[in-house]
Design a protein around this ligand. Structure first.
Ligand code: NI
Length: 175
């Protein structure tokens, strides 16, 4: 078990597009395990590799995060390799969205209501599935990370500017 450090805005790897994974080797499997440990440690429902400084197209999520009777001991990780949104339907406001890489801030984000995702699983098997509800939001949020996009890039420029100002002040005070 290895918990990695989750990078926070404005770390560079968070704004860089990630590259596709060619071969799912032991190194990738180890990385996926660490991502899962890190996600649970930091209490998130999803985590993308660039958040721990690795610009590869890998995400993990908690497959039980959408259970109404969620129990922590039943948590289970699902990894997706090279995931893509191939179709999006409808739109809704994802309320109070947050991110482990955007400290102490939440905002409403406009998202697709439902998406079709294409990806490889950890065994390299090609899959395609539809996601709605919280899973749809997780997919859009995490796949955005793989393109160097944070949820604060999808809010009004005024709100974003306010967040950036607050964050810069915070960083300055840390020094
Ligand atoms: Ni995030």
């Amino acid at each position: 078990m290895a918990i990695r450090n989750v990078l926070k805005y404005p770390e560079k790897s968070l704004s860089q597009p990630s590259v596709k994974v060619d071969v799912i080797d032991d190194g990738i499997k180890e990385l996926v395990k660490d991502m899962g440990d890190t996600m649970f440690h930091d209490v998130g429902v999803g985590l993308a590799a660039p958040q721990i400084g690795i610009n590869k197209r890998i995400l993990v999520y908690d497959s039980h995060a959408m259970d109404p009777e969620y129990e922590e001991e039943h948590r289970e990780i699902t990894a997706l390799i090279n995931p893509e949104i191939i179709a999006g339907y409808g739109s809704f406001i994802s309320e109070d969205e947050g991110c482990l890489s955007v400290a102490d801030y939440r905002a409403d984000v406009k998202r697709y209501e439902r998406v079709t995702v294409k990806a490889l699983n950890i065994d390299g098997k090609q899959m395609e599935f539809d996601a709605d509800g919280i899973l749809s939001v997780i997919m859009q949020h995490e796949i955005d990370h793989l393109d160097g996009i944070l949820f604060i890039d999808r809010i009004s420029s005024l709100k974003r500017a306010m967040y950036k100002k607050k964050r810069m002040k915070e960083l300055k005070n840390q020094k």
